[in-house]
Design a protein around this ligand. Structure first.
Ligand code: PLP
Length: 380
């Protein structure tokens, strides 16, 4: 099996599991308990928090452990917007993950927020001029992701943040797909909040964190014992916090490694489009995630192609993992101006740091064979 669906999830790395194990077994204390077991758990939690803070260049008190990207996006978007009632206007992009889209829609539906959706070009890029025009005196929050999970398009977050701040708006970024692939220094990104999800980089599903600038007011989504600096109540998942921190510590992509995967991506695109001339690359050529490649295959159905590839041992996805299987056309491609029919032809390949040239060679061959088979069968 060649697994090219790393944007959906990744295997847990052994180091993360090993680091987490004691906090599930012998060291099972509740970090709020005042006895020895509790102290040990609390120390482990705070060590994990400091380690996450070191990775992102932020303060430990700015790290809130969550259950993953969906919760983190909800917490930042809803929590910040409700706590900053300077206005009720939010700016976002329709190519965002559902966790962002649905949080924004919730604020609109339940709390009467107005939403401005920034247009994108065919590659999913936004323009700073459109953002400038959308920003208003009463804009509370701008939320734009670092890198798109389906097409890999990268947004210029520091520039977006600078502009948003000129208007006094807060800025959140969903960095779920960017961890391990691009620099994510919290102060340099200049954002107020940033969300990550552990299972995208070798930590278990259900681990995550959101970094929220200290002293910013935040309306919690979960009420209770006041854990996580009153920002997210509930007994902390020490084991998953430790695993997340360990997975981050193990991510040390060198420039060579980054370039290696980027080069593999280019070669894969060239081979795939030579083999299948009608295949179209989706997303941006210039501003692209090194490990995410989206294609559309006119006349074919993405889900059918995915199954055909699976028969040949290649595991990919027809869009985001959440949308996959739902038979819904990719909302990301539709936001980029693709028709519903075109959006149904999407397939995403996403690599890991250990993806090899040989694997991509095999994947490109399997892709060619799969497309030929489906054409012969007349099955789009
Ligand atoms: N944001 C992006 C960009 C994602 O790709 C995902 C997951 O695919 C999420 C948020 C949701 O993260 P989680 O699966 O941890 O809830």
């Amino acid at each position: 099996m060649i697994y090219l669906d790393n944007a959906a999830t990744t295997p847990v790395i052994p180091a993360a599991l090993e680091a987490a194990w004691p906090w599930l077994t012998t060291q099972f204390g509740n970090p709020s308990s005042t006895h020895e077991l509790g102290h040990a758990a609390d120390q482990a939690l705070e060590k994990a928090r400091s380690s996450v803070a070191t990775f992102f260049g932020c303060k430990a008190s700015e790290v809130v452990f969550t259950s993953g990207g969906t919760e983190g996006d909800n917490l930042a978007i809803i929590g910040l917007s409700l706590a900053h009632p300077r206005g009720r206007h939010i700016i976002s992009v329709r190519t965002e993950h559902e966790a962002v889209l649905k949080s924004v829609e919730y604020l609109k539906r339940v709390h009467g927020f107005e939403v401005s959706w920034l247009p994108t070009n065919h590659a999913g890029e936004i323009s700073l001029e459109d953002l400038r025009q959308a920003l208003r005196e009463d804009t509370t929050l701008v939320t734009v992701m670092v890198a798109n999970n389906e097409i890999g398009t990268i947004h210029p977050i520091p520039e977006i943040a600078e502009l948003a701040q000129k208007f006094g708006a807060l800025i959140h970024t969903d960095a779920v797909q960017a961890v391990g692939w691009m620099g994510l220094n919290f102060p340099l990104l200049n954002v107020d909040a940033l969300t990550i999800s552990g299972h995208k980089f070798g930590s278990p599903k259900g681990s995550g964190a959101t970094i929220i600038r200290s002293r910013l007011a935040l309306e919690p989504l979960i009420h209770g014992g006041g854990q996580e600096f009153e920002r997210r109540s509930g007994t902390e998942n020490v084991a998953w916090a430790v695993a997340l921190a360990t997975a981050l510590e193990n991510l040390s992509p060198t420039n060579e490694e980054f370039t290696r995967v980027h080069t593999l991506r280019q070669q894969f695109i060239e081979t795939a489009t030579q083999n299948i001339p009608e295949a179209q690359l989706s997303g941006s050529v210039a501003n692209c995630h090194p490990a995410i490649v989206g294609f559309t295959f006119p006349g074919l159905n993405g889900e059918t192609l995915l199954l055909e590839l699976e028969q040949r041992g290649i595991i990919v996805s027809s869009g985001s993992a959440c949308a996959a299987g739902s038979d819904e056309p990719s909302h990301v491609l539709m936001a980029c101006g693709f028709s519903e029919d075109q959006a149904r032809t999407a397939v995403r390949f996403s690599f890991s740091h250990s993806t090899t040239s040989d694997e991509l060679h095999q994947a490109a061959n399997a892709l060619r064979e799969s497309v030929e088979t489906l054409r012969q069968l007349g099955r789009g």
